[in-house]
Design a protein around this ligand. Structure first.
Ligand code: 5GP
Length: 208
């Protein structure tokens, strides 16, 4: 019997390197897939609709909220971000391990609704390094940079509520640590119930 896929919540301040880490984690393990969120934020020059995000209007986002289509959502630095419920359920029922790249408020909502989710926080090695990465990315006007750095402090304080914290100093090591955590999580007793029952049922048909 196939187990339902894991729901993996990956958070970390803007500039912690979440996208690169997620790409590496997925290329290390083909059972993992990333869910594409919806946002009202404008796309950055390199971003593509349907690949990086579903870029939608505020009106459409609010319609999704009213229709109960979002598993979680939040307002982050003046824009809305949210996870579409149906997409998560479909992938998990196919046995896929789904990664959500979401901030702390969304992670809190997911923990309430899906207590069996696995929450991992990616920490930058230092605040200076975080600032350097945001400046290098060059996607934020200076005003937004300050907002994102203040928000980063809030998020880092909340990281102690997560199941695991991994420092992203080196991308290979950070991704490998996350792959190990995900692998270990698959074997927790609460996720092995189907297998245990299968073995017990099989035992009934076995000659003693
Ligand atoms: P960015 O604008 O840098 O792409 O994302 C800003 C923040 O929003 C990041 O911390 C990112 O993880 C978070 N985020 C992206 N998608 C979602 C989502 O669907 N829900 C929530 N709650 N946060 C999200």
């Amino acid at each position: 019997m196939k187990n339902k896929g894991l729901l993996i919540v990956l958070s970390g301040p803007s500039g912690a390197g979440k996208d690169t880490v997620i790409d590496r984690v997925i290329s290390n393990d083909g059972s993992i897939t990333r869910l594409i969120s919806a946002t009202t934020r404008a796309p950055r020059p390199s971003e593509i609709n349907g690949i990086d995000y579903f870029f939608i209007s505020k009106e459409e986002f609010c319609k999704n909220i009213s229709a109960g289509k979002l598993l979680e959502y939040t307002k982050y630095c003046e824009n809305y971000y949210g996870t579409l419920k149906d997409s998560v359920e479909k992938l998990r029922s196919e046995g896929k391990n789904v990664i959500l790249k979401i901030e702390i408020d969304g992670a809190r909502q997911i923990k309430e609704k899906c207590p069996d989710s696995l929450r991992i926080f990616i920490l930058p090695p230092t605040m200076q390094e975080l600032k350097n990465r945001l400046l290098k990315r060059g996607s934020e006007p200076y005003k937004n940079l300050k907002i994102r750095l203040n928000r980063a402090i809030e998020e880092i304080k909340f990281s102690l509520q997560y199941d695991y914290i991994v420092v992203n100093d080196n991308i290979d090591e950070c991704a490998a640590a996350i792959n190990s955590i995900i692998n270990a999580e698959k074997f927790k007793p609460c996720r092995m119930k189907n297998i245990v029952n299968e073995v017990l049922n099989d035992e009934k048909n076995t000659d003693r």
